[in-house]
Design a protein around this ligand. Structure first.
Ligand code: 6GU
Length: 242
């Protein structure tokens, strides 16, 4: 998979050299390129923004600079992803869908955002898809952190990136639609707290049941919206008693 990130702060993306994503890049599983938007400016001051038409606070990123950059980066087509607090929430389902695509381009806005014509224009370009996404209901200073989040969420789903694919199965926001159950390791007693007895029992069926119950209780307490979204056949008879 190829991912291009366009930003005025390329250094912000330095963590993508590290850890799992860094390894995926070295292994050739992910072709990730970070670009400085200012490389596509033509004026002496390398201007990327201007004042908003209609007035108001802050600055808006100019569509002409973005257009030159994206025409080049999206020349062969691809999926243009624009981080913005007014986008659709990024979910595990979104990440799964994106992990199956050939080419993603993340356009990181700063200030009050990118001139709205940029997304509008690329929606009309053949071979290009446009999605505006948000990390949640709070405001960040720019799209760079969202680009980091997106790349990590997608890269770990690419074949061969996570060593043991089984670890992708039971985690939070997996197929069950529940948060993950609590996990424990050695020592069995710490700070006066004992690991739940059942986990030391070696009784696999009981462990499975306990984990499912804990996931349900946790999800009901923290994310009642997820419990309501479970379809009727996503719950077994025992679930309803938890
Ligand atoms: Cl994707 N961008 C910005 N600037 N702020 C956000 C966000 C994205 N998601 C939540 N807040």
């Amino acid at each position: 998979m190829r991912i291009d990130v366009v930003t005025i702060f390329p250094e912000y993306l330095a963590p993508l050299d590290l850890s799992l994503v860094g390894k995926a890049r070295t292994a050739g599983l992910l072709d990730l390129r970070v670009h400085d938007l200012r490389a596509w400016t033509t004026d002496r001051h390398r201007t990327v923004d201007d004042t908003p038409f209609g007035g108001g606070a802050g600055m808006v990123m100019r569509p002409d600079v973005w257009g030159t950059a994206l025409d080049e980066v999206l020349a062969g087509g691809g999926h243009l992803l624009v981080p913005t607090p007014s986008g659709a929430p990024l979910t595990q389902r979104t990440a799964e869908r994106l992990a199956g695509e050939e080419h993603l381009v993340v356009a990181c806005g700063r200030y009050e955002g990118i001139d709205a014509r940029v997304a509008e224009h690329y929606r009309t370009v053949p071979g290009v898809q446009v999605s505006e996404f948000s990390l949640g209901d709070y405001v960040l200073n720019g799209g760079e952190v969202a680009a980091l989040v997106l790349v990590e969420a997608v890269a770990r789903l690419l074949p061969g990136v996570v060593g043991n694919p089984a670890s992708l199965v039971e985690e939070s926001h997996g197929a069950a639609g529940l948060l993950e159950y609590p996990v424990y390791t050695k020592p069995p007693s710490w700070a006066g707290l004992d690991v739940p007895e059942v986990l030391l029992s070696g009784h696999h069926a009981r462990i499975e049941r306990w984990r499912r119950d804990e996931a349900l209780v946790r999800t009901a307490a923290r994310r009642p919206d997820l419990v309501r979204a479970l379809d009727a056949d996503g719950l077994d008879a025992h679930d309803r008693t938890v």
